[in-house]
Ligand binder design. Structure first.
Ligand code: ARG
Length: 661
């Protein structure tokens, strides 16, 4: 059941009859929303106010006209008008109980699959393998999974594709590392650990030279900022009139100087640390051309060099096994894992084709092949001077492949916001190339921050590994689960195995939920304490809510299958019952909201609200001790439906429920 969709269907003909544009009809329909306060009904429409101007009539008159005409029979009491023209709708109890009965007897909780399924490709997770996965990968993986599951439940055809980075410079780094720094015994014992050591070592060396090369630029920037700030200070001293404004500007300029100085000194510290480390500085001396040599290794791999290909074949399964282990822990699966390497052979012909098809747009510049898009300041490079293809080239090939293979209606790229420009250019190019009927979308997300408001790093300044994050969340969850269990009035009830299993589910859930409950486009501050809190909008709270509801049904020794099949009536006499019943029926609306702009936090908010309404209901309405048998059954049905809705909702978010906590 989609309450909102049904209501909008009822209002649509009336709005269309007002003689407004179809666009205004749509906008007005979107202004029908759940009411904030149950005293004003369950839904409220405030489109009359904006329409007043267009129609040249008082908003209250428009509202009265719509309220009189809209046919809400079988759904709600006649609409009424309040204030300057708010239209309030109060759903009928009969309607609600009928719909709840449908939900009770349906595996899909009364949510019909969409009438016109679409094909979606969801491009998510996509780590660059050979490096270990880090905290930055959690967002794409978790948000992507939630989008896949929700779309699929709604009845769409969804292909989750993990476009892994298995062909980039990071392989040049491990190839170089393997050839120069390999510890054979370590590689035999644990190849993945050794490969990631090699990767880090080579990355450090390459980073050293990059930083060194940047020094003059950093010094210049500091000098310039300093000169501007000093000049401003002198000018301000000469003009006492403009003191206040000048002081503010001075602070800004001084801030820039401080930033430039900090950047320079960070670079110097990094270099000095490497120079002071005898082993590292020896390697620096011996591998002075490492940055270029790494590129050469990558280029040789791409060109089909036998040794590099053989090593790549050897490394890949190891790298994949490593990421798979994390996916297993997270319970994430993909329908396709077509990495960048899959498209490699297509890139040469593709660039040639683009040049001949769109000579105006795709042309040579300074030896490189560039895409000059109308209205874009910087071109997108598809082939470098040395012949190498780029990330963008592969992405173009990927679009074509997916279009031919799946004929999708939409491709969603769940990738962090720093790649916005890349996707803007990629999509613009794809459209020029002829792919106009597909909805190409960057599902962008913000950064995970530490307490200090800067990107989340370990104390030593490294990015935080995903594996360590999972371990820590699970171990903290284990402490909470044990403490809870020990405190139970009748003594602990969980075995060590159960505790471990629950801790795993709770730890992983808390991590996923903390991420999903954020507005995806914002940055958020990572906190173990917050995400594992037993109250508030957390995964732990919702799992706990589920376990409690489940406990009620279990305690009543109810045969749930028989209960659901009994056809017994649900009664919504008490306010708390009605509020819960209505919220249960809003599940379909919440799913629609979730996919409207692909924001899983719409679903987390809904589930949190549902758990809260259940709490109020449970405080106010005795279930197992209800006054009559019929009321007991009705309330048990509400409990059972709440449990099922929580379970389903959480599962769409990739979160497992547990029956005891
Ligand atoms: N591997 C890339 C990265 O880590 C993300 C890939 C996203 N998907 C894509 N089709 N470009 O930055």
């Amino acid at each position: 059941m989609n309450l909102l969709a049904e209501l909008r269907r009822r209002f649509e003909p009336v709005l269309a009859g007002l003689g407004i544009s179809p666009d205004d009809v749509q906008k007005s329909l979107e202004m029908i929303r759940p009411a904030q306060d149950a005293r004003f009904g369950n839904y409220q429409a405030n489109f009359a106010m904006p329409l007043a101007k267009a129609l040249g009539k008082p908003s209250r008159e428009i509202a009265a006209e719509v309220a009189a005409k809209v046919d809400l029979r079988g759904l709600a009491a006649p609409a009424d008008v309040a204030g300057p023209g708010f239209i309030n709708v109060r759903l009928d109890n009969n309607f609600l109980t009928e719909r709840l009965a449908v939900a009770v007897s349906d595996d899909r909780l009364g949510i019909a699959p969409v009438a016109q399924p679409k094909t979606y490709i969801v491009d998510f997770s996509a780590p660059n393998v050979a490096k270990s996965m880090h905290v930055g990968h959690i967002r794409s993986t978790v948000i992507g999974q939630a989008i896949v599951e929700t779309l699929r439940f709604l009845g769409h055809r969804v292909i989750g594709d993990n476009h892994i980075g298995d062909w980039g410079t990071q392989f040049g780094m491990i190839l170089y590392g393997y050839k120069h720094f390999r510890d054979d015994a370590a590689y035999q014992a644990n190849p993945v650990v050794e490969l990631s050591r090699l990767y880090r070592l080579v990355a450090t060396l390459v980073g050293y030279f990059e930083t060194k090369a940047e020094l003059p630029e950093l010094q210049k920037r500091l000098q310039e900022a300093d000169a501007v700030a000093t000049a401003h200070k002198q000018a301000a001293a000469a003009d006492p009139q403009a003191q206040k404004k000048a002081a503010k500007e001075q602070r800004r300029l001084d801030g820039r100087v401080a930033d430039a100085r900090a950047e320079l000194s960070a670079a110097q510290t990094k270099l000095a640390a490497a120079d002071a480390d005898p082993e590292l500085s020896k390697l620096v001396r011996e591998h002075a051309t490492i940055a270029d040599d790494v590129l050469t290794e990558t280029a040789k791999l791409h060109a089909g060099d036998a040794e590099n290909r053989r090593l790549w074949q050897e490394f890949m399964p190891l790298c994949l096994a490593e990421v798979d282990r994390i996916y297993r822990r997270l319970g994430v699966t993909f329908d396709e894992t077509l990495g960048e390497s899959f498209y490699h052979e297509q890139l040469g012909p593709l660039v040639a084709e683009l040049r001949s098809q769109l000579p105006e747009v795709v042309r040579e510049s300074g030896g490189a092949v560039c895409v000059f898009l109308p209205g874009q300041a910087t071109p997108m490079i598809v082939q470098k001077k040395d012949g190498a293809y780029l990330y963008a080239t592969t992405d173009l090939a990927t679009i074509r492949y997916r279009m031919e293979r799946w004929r999708p209606d939409a491709m969603l790229y769940v990738v962090d916001h720093r790649q916005s420009l890349h996707f803007e250019q990629l999509f613009a190019m794809a459209r020029l190339w002829g792919y106009r009927d597909v909805d190409l979308r960057h599902i962008s997300f913000g950064t995970v921050l530490g307490d200090d408001g800067r990107p989340f790093k370990t104390r030593s300044g490294d990015t935080v590994g995903l594996e360590g994050l999972l371990d820590e969340a699970v171990s903290r969850a284990a402490a909470i689960v044990s403490e809870n269990d020990d405190k139970k009035p009748a003594g602990p009830e969980l075995s060590a195995d159960e505790r471990a299993r629950i801790a795993d589910a709770v730890g992983i859930a808390s991590l996923k939920y903390a991420d999903l409950s954020q507005n995806r486009t914002s940055d958020y501050v990572f906190s173990y304490d917050k995400m594992l809190a037993m109250t508030g909008n957390t995964g732990t709270y919702l799992q706990y809510a589920y376990a409690r509801v489940h406990g009620v049904v279990a305690k009543g020794r109810v045969d749930v299958a028989a209960l659901r099949a009994s056809g017994a009536a649900i009664r919504l006499d008490a306010d708390a019952e009605r509020a819960l019943g209505l919220e249960l029926l809003r599940f379909g609306d919440a799913l629609d909201d979730t996919v409207a702009d692909f924001r899983p936090n719409q679903l987390t908010s809904y589930l949190f609200e549902l758990a809260n309404r259940y709490s109020t209901f449970y405080e106010q309405c005795p279930v197992l001790k209800a006054e009559t048998e019929a009321l007991r059954t009705s309330r048990l049905l509400l409990c059972d439906l709440t449990a099922r809705t929580l379970e389903r909702g959480l599962s769409l978010l990739g979160i497992e429920v547990v029956e005891k906590m």
